[in-house]
Design a protein around this ligand. Structure first.
Ligand SMILES: NC(=O)c1ccc[n+]([C@@H]2O[C@H](COP(=O)([O-])OP(=O)(O)OC[C@H]3O[C@@H](n4cnc5c(N)ncnc54)[C@H](OP(=O)(O)O)[C@@H]3O)[C@@H](O)[C@H]2O)c1
Length: 138
């Protein structure tokens, strides 16, 4: 059965972004993790609907825009309930791809989490919000 998935790569304190990139962008020590995550992202999301924020979408490499998946660029005036209901009716997997505000808005609708932890412990300006009610903010 299709469902709503959250997919994210996070640092050790929930970091997801810094200056418009992932915080470990360009750091050779994380290159292997990054390559593995991108390959997994491509494999998992094939055929699905990818919901992502406008900043994230603008940076999406062309190789992640294959014709077998739809990309929905999130806008703040969208009603999350309507959007999720629409795609659930189509019985398609929905992938919530970030950034921070998109995760915050759609977390209540997520069935499954696919989180890859990167052993990065540095600064960030975007974080994955707490996913489970008992998690505290980073
Ligand atoms: N590590 C990861 O897995 C991961 C995944 C994704 C992104 N990132 C990182 O995160 C950063 C980009 O994320 P971002 O958070 O800056 O931007 P973003 O999520 O790509 O774009 C911001 C989005 O939030 C929407 N928004 C703004 N205010 C809102 C509100 N009050 N309610 C609902 N939606 C609202 C905007 O809609 P409008 O267009 O209508 O303003 C826009 O679509 C980059 O550093 C990127 O590398 C990391």
């Amino acid at each position: 059965m299709a469902g709503v998935h959250l997919i994210a790569a996070v640092g050790l304190s929930g970091q997801i972004g810094l200056d418009g990139e992932v915080p470990w962008h360009g750091r050779p020590e994380f290159a292997e993790h990054t390559a593995r995550d991108l390959a997994e992202f491509a494999r998992l999301t094939a055929g699905g609907v990818l919901i992502m924020g406008s900043v994230t979408a603008a940076k999406l490499p062309p190789t992640f825009r294959p014709k077998d998946r739809s990309i929905v660029v999130w806008r703040r005036h969208y009603d999350p309930e309507d959007v999720i209901r629409h795609y659930r009716k189509q019985d398609r997997d929905v992938w919530v791809c970030g950034g921070q505000k998109v995760y915050e808005t759609l977390i209540p609708y997520v069935d499954w989490h696919h989180i890859s932890v990167i052993p990065y412990d540095g600064p960030a300006d975007r974080f994955l919000p707490p996913i489970l009610p008992h998690w505290s903010a980073a």
